[in-house]
Design a protein around this ligand. Structure first.
Ligand SMILES: [Zn+2]
Ligand SMILES: [Zn+2]
Length: 254
């Protein structure tokens, strides 16, 4: 059994658990331990399954609960040194990793891939387990070549669809923040994500989950509609979290 549990995705916090039978890894812990604990209960995840916490980058919405989660679950944090040195985690067990250098955690073979984002050394994760390929790629201003290749080979991919272009430009954010979000070091808009998804289409069974939707500059409906229109993927096949506190468990293989 291989499942991806999306416990939170967006600027209020990010946390994903990839579970293969009785072992699991967590990617990012951007909410308090108490909230993550509750969300894991909602999704029926046994905390003792989790073997490691992998960090993508040091922004608060990805690391706010990292230290407490690592200590409560007695698991090491996996992070590259620049990221590890850029946030407050307190005393934790840790393993240093390097972008584009594969490492293993039990059955999980993990390749960190470079993203382009305004952080110390941000990355996405490509996880191979149970014969399947899973990509978690958010917080990137554009898709790097290794990300495109991983998206093409993925059986399941969380792809960032952060904002709708029109909503961002007509919305309430100050101009400087709008420029930062839309820059190559910010986030992916719905249309750009759609193009990456379309350009890497080769596996008709690939599952796409839209992640890190902005609550000010996007809506689940607009994200799904834009990506469906531009890729030809049926709307109902594109999933995302619908509201704050929403969670999802996606089955990759039984
Ligand atoms: Zn983020
Ligand atoms: Zn970020």
């Amino acid at each position: 059994m291989l499942e991806v549990h999306v416990l939170a995705s967006g600027s209020d916090g990010n946390c994903t658990v990839i579970q293969h039978d009785d072992s699991a890894i967590m990617i990012d812990a951007g909410l308090s331990y108490a909230k993550i604990h509750k969300l894991m209960e909602v999704e029926g995840i046994d905390e003792s399954c989790i073997d490691a916490l992998l960090i993508t980058h040091e922004h608060g919405d990805h690391v706010a609960g990292a230290g407490p989660v690592a200590r409560k679950l007695h698991i090491p944090i996996y992070s590259n040194p620049a990221t590890f040195g850029s946030f407050n985690h307190g005393k934790v067990e840790f393993e240093f990793i390097q972008t584009l250098q594969r490492f293993n955690i039990g059955d999980f073979s993990v390749l960190p891939l470079p993203t382009v984002h305004d952080a110390a050394d941000p990355c996405a994760y490509n996880v191979t387990v149970g014969g399947k390929n899973i990509l978690v790629a958010t917080d990137t201003g554009k898709f790097t070549f290794p990300l495109q290749k991983a998206l093409e080979e993925a059986d399941f991919a969380i792809v960032e669809a952060n904002y709708d272009n029109r909503m961002l430009h007509e919305g309430p954010y100050p101009e400087s923040l709008k420029r930062r979000i839309a820059s190559d070091h910010g986030h992916m808009c719905n249309a750009d994500s759609a193009l990456e998804i379309k350009n890497t289409f080769s596996n008709p069974n690939r599952q796409i989950f839209l992640g890190h939707l902005s609550k000010h500059n996007n809506t689940p409906d607009i994200a799904r509609e834009t990506v469906a229109d531009l890729t030809g993927i049926k709307r109902y096949k594109l999933d995302c979290l619908e509201f704050l506190g929403d969670t999802r468990t996606l089955t990759v293989s039984r």
